[in-house]
Design a protein around this ligand. Sequence first.
Ligand SMILES: CC(C)(COP(=O)(O)OP(=O)(O)OC[C@H]1O[C@@H](n2cnc3c(N)ncnc32)[C@H](O)[C@@H]1OP(=O)(O)O)[C@@H](O)C(=O)NCCC(=O)NCCS
Length: 153
Amino acid sequence: MNNVKICPCPTEAVTYVAAIEKATFSDPWSEDSLLGMTDSVFYHLLCATEDGEVCGYLAASSVAGENEILRIAVSDSHRRRGIGASLLDSFIKERAEEGDSEFFLEVRASNAPAIGLYTSRGFEVCGKRANYYRCPTEDAVLMRCSVSPMTDE
Ligand SMILES: CC(C)(COP(=O)(O)OP(=O)(O)OC[C@H]1O[C@@H](n2cnc3c(N)ncnc32)[C@H](O)[C@@H]1OP(=O)(O)O)[C@@H](O)C(=O)NCCC(=O)NCCS
């Protein structure tokens, strides 16, 4: 983890994020969609780099103080080294410093690594959407995390 850095994804790194996205998900977002997130008030795209190589990313939306984690992925060869946790912690800290306190997400019920990650960062199950996902059809587990805003007042 020593050489891992988390930062807002620069436009020139989006192509590497898109490659991880494509290798990870059955319904990958296009490079253009990801690019649009780098220049948006509502969307956030953070990337993790190790020695300059993009090895993970987090995509989220923020509307009216409520944040939704939309995607998080770490390349196969970099997993289980705390990078997913660092991405999530960085995003939550960044938003809490802006005064936000609520974080939500949906995850496939069978995705034990992701549920393990979210639980380890303080998310709790708050609901279920039956048959929400396709290819394959699967329930979504809804998770929520509340933190104290970190604004100086
Ligand atoms: C989920 C994912 C992002 C986790 O990233 P990661 O960098 O490997 O996670 P971390 O090393 O930060 O793990 C933090 C904690 O999460 C949990 N966790 C991570 N991987 C796990 C696994 N395979 N099984 C069980 N728990 C796991 C553990 O509690 C872990 O802490 P520990 O290593 O001290 O036990 C990664 O597995 C991934 O990219 N998966 C494919 C994409 C995906 O499913 N994304 C979520 C839906 S958008």
